[in-house]
Write a protein of this length. Sequence first.
Length: 236
Amino acid sequence: MALLELEDVTAAYGRVRVLEGVSLSVPDGGAVGILGSNGAGKTTTLRAISGTVNVGGRITFDGQDITSVGPEKTAALGIAHVPEGRGTLPNLSVRENLLVGAYLRRDRAEIRADIDFLLDLFPHLARRISQNASALSGGEQQMLAVGRAFMAKPRLLVLDEPSLGLAPSTAQDVYEAIERLRKESGIAMLVVEQNANLAFRVVEAATILETGRSTISGTTEELRGRDEIRKAYLGG
Ligand SMILES: Nc1ncnc2c1ncn2[C@@H]1O[C@H](COP(=O)(O)OP(=O)(O)OP(=O)(O)O)[C@@H](O)[C@H]1O
Ligand SMILES: [Mg+2]
């Protein structure tokens, strides 16, 4: 069964409709990408999931209708978002940022174990554990944002363009960290990217979004086999 399912979802800012029909499905324990160019509606699709825009159609999570329930409820159900632009807390240390991610949890021993697990996977963060987030590089801040979301112990991690604003080699480092997290934890992911070469390191399937509509969906293997996808999203 699908963990997250969007069926013909529409979304609007006020009366301006920007999603015209988005359908996609993330299997339980699976990783799925949303690919699309600037302004295609990727971020809005994520806002539709967390219920911060006016939504039509149907969104279910773990069999439950979550259409328009709002961000507190979706977070409580186990959807953790890493927004565009990261949003780590600059004046808190790396460790404190991770603890903020776990603020709804009471399982102290497990929280400690999860922090150790993350620091093992993300040595960049381990080296800077006591430093303020503001002292981190862009790539390190992105890793911290992902780690912080993971600390909520979600069932689904939603990442909005983790590579945004990063140099290509740094973006590769960030994706290597995400790939490791995915492999070692098995957590389900929904990953928004413009660059399919990066997203395909992590996801098994993807949906193409064009001007507010999901057009083509398939496994990464199927998508790699299509000329128009290779040209538009894989650099030829
Ligand atoms: N807060 C807002 N109010 C009104 N229109 C918005 C708002 N945010 C986005 N839009 C519009 O909605 C459309 C989709 O934007 P969205 O941010 O979802 O695209 P995106 O695929 O995430 O793009 P990018 O790759 O640049 O992040 C765009 O036309 C954008 O101008
Ligand atoms: Mg966006």
